[in-house]
Design a protein around this ligand. Structure first.
Ligand code: ADP
Ligand code: MG
Length: 352
C-alpha cells in the first residue's frame, strides 16, 4: 500500500486560464524520498502547500497512511496532518536558541520528553554542541540542519522541503545534498523535496517527478529518467540533449535521421513511422573513423569535459541545429577542425 496518495489533485487560483496544478496523481512509499522537479511556476510549491494544508485543492483527494487528510468534503488543518515542513528561508526564530527552536515543534510534549527528543534530533543532524547558540551564530548549512531537526522532532509522517538548497553556494550545496539525504535516511522518514535544479533532484531522491505547467511529465528513478526520458520536455529539462527526427527502419532498431542511421539500445516495441530521438552529448564519442563526421563550430571548456558544437557534413538542411558532443578535456579540438564520432546506442532514447 502506498503511504502517501494524491488522487487527481487540481488547483485553479482563478476561473479562467490553466490550473496551477492539473489532475496530479502520485503514490509514495513509506521511507521514500521523492523530488518534484520542474521550471519556475510549474506548480511545485502549490502541490507541496496542498499536502501541508496551507492551500486547499479545487478538487481531488490526499491520503496519508490510509487516512484521508483532504477530499471534496473536508480538509484536516495543517497541524493535524503529521507533516514536518522545512521552508526555503529556514524560518528559524532569531531570538531563540537552537534547542528552543527545535523544541518549538513539540509544544504538546512533556518537558522531560521534549528535552530528550531535542537532544536526539540535534545529535541526528550533528549539532548537539550548538544547542545553546542562536541561529545567527550558525552557518547557512547548519541553519538548514536546525530547520530539518525542528521538522523531524515531532516524528512526522512526512517531511516537506521547498527548494532546500537554493540559498546555498555551490560547494555547500553539494555537501548539504549529501547531509540532508543522510539525515532523512537515518530518521527513516518519507520526504518530498521541491527543486527546480536537476542535480539536486538526482542527488537526493529515490524517484523524481518532473512537472511542467501543472502536469506530471514523468515519474522515474534518476538513472531511468536520464537514460529513458519519456518526452522532449523531460529530455531537455534533465540535462542537455540532441533532439532529432527520423524514420524507422524495417528492423525496428535503426532510425534514419538527417545525420544518418542511428541505432536504438533495443528494438522498438512497435513499428512507428516518424520518430523523435534524444541523444545525450556524452553518448557521442569522438573516434578516428566514426560513422558521423562534421566540422567544429564552437568549443566550450566545461572543466570535466569540453562541449563541442559540430555541424554535420551530410547536412541537407542548413537550419538544423549542430550536434552537441562532449569531448574529453585532454583532447585538443580546434574550431573549424573536422571530427568524426560514433553514437552509443545506450544513450539514445525514443521520445514523444
Ligand atoms: P513553482 O513552485 O513550481 O515555481 P508555484 O506552485 O509557486 O510554482 O506556482 C504555480 C502557478 O500558480 C504560477 O503560475 C503562480 O503564479 C500561481 N500561483 C501560485 N500561488 C498563487 C496564489 N496564491 N494566487 C494566485 N496564483 C498563484
Ligand atoms: Mg516554488
Amino acid at each position: 500500500m502506498s503511504f502517501i496518495q494524491l488522487d487527481n489533485i487540481t488547483k485553479a487560483f482563478s476561473e479562467q486560464g490553466k490550473p496551477a496544478v492539473d489532475k496530479l496523481s502520485l503514490k509514495i512509499k513509506e521511507g521514500e524520498i521523492i523530488s518534484l522537479l520542474g521550471p519556475s511556476g510549474c506548480g511545485k510549491t502549490t502541490t507541496l502547500r496542498m499536502i501541508a494544508g496551507f492551500e486547499n485543492p479545487s478538487s481531488g483527494s490526499i491520503k496519508i497512511d490510509g487516512a484521508s487528510i483532504v477530499n471534496e468534503s473536508r480538509a484536516l488543518p495543517p497541524e493535524k496532518r503529521g507533516i514536518g515542513m522545512v521552508f526555503q528561508d529556514y524560518a528559524l526564530f532569531p531570538h531563540m536558541t537552537i534547542a528552543k527552536n527545535v523544541m518549538f515543534g513539540l509544544n504538546k510534549w512533556k518537558m522531560r520528553d521534549k528535552k530528550v527528543r531535542t537532544k536526539e534530533v540535534l545529535e541526528l543532524v550533528g549539532l548537539e554542541e550548538y544547542a545553546d547558540r542562536y541561529p545567527t551564530q550558525l552557518s547557512g548549512g547548519q541553519q538548514q540542519r536546525v530547520a530539518l531537526a525542528r521538522a523531524l522532532a515531532p516524528k512526522p509522517h512526512v517531511v516537506l522541503m521547498d527548494e532546500p538548497f537554493s540559498n546555498l553556494d555551490a560547494g555547500l550545496r553539494e555537501k548539504m545534498r549529501f547531509d540532508v539525504t543522510n539525515i532523512l535516511r537515518r530518521a527513516n522518514t518519507t520526504a518530498i523535496i521541491v527543486t527546480h535544479d536537476q542535480k539536486d533532484a538526482f542527488a537526493v531522491s529515490d524517484r523524481v517527478v518532473v512537472m511542467n505547467e501543472g502536469i506530471i511529465q514523468q515519474i522515474a528513478a534518476p538513472k531511468e529518467m536520464y537514460r529513458c526520458p519519456k518526452n522532449c520536455f523531460v529530455a531537455q529539462f534533465v540535462g542537455k540533449t540532441n533532439l532529432l527526427t527520423g524514420k524507422m527502419d524495417n528492423d525496428l532498431r535503426n532510425i534514419h535521421t538527417h545525420i544518418g542511421k542511428v541505432t536504438l539500445p533495443e528494438e522498438s516495441k512497435e513499428r512507428m513511422e516518424n520518430v523523435t530521438l534524444s541523444i545525450r552529448p556524452e553518448g557521442c564519442m569522438l573516434s578516428e573513423e566514426g560513422a558521423y563526421c562534421g566540422s567544429v563550430e564552437r568549443v566550450t571548456y566545461g572543466g570535466e569535459y569540453q562541449e563541442l558544437h559540430v555541424k554535420l557534413h551530410n547536412e541537407p538542411e542548413l537550419s538544423k541545429a549542430p550536434m552537441i558532443i562532449y569531448a574529453p578535456v585532454e583532447q585538443d579540438v580546434e574550431i573549424g577542425s573536422i571530427v568524426s564520432f560514433d553514437i552509443k546506442p545506450e544513450l539514445v532514447a525514443m521520445v514523444e
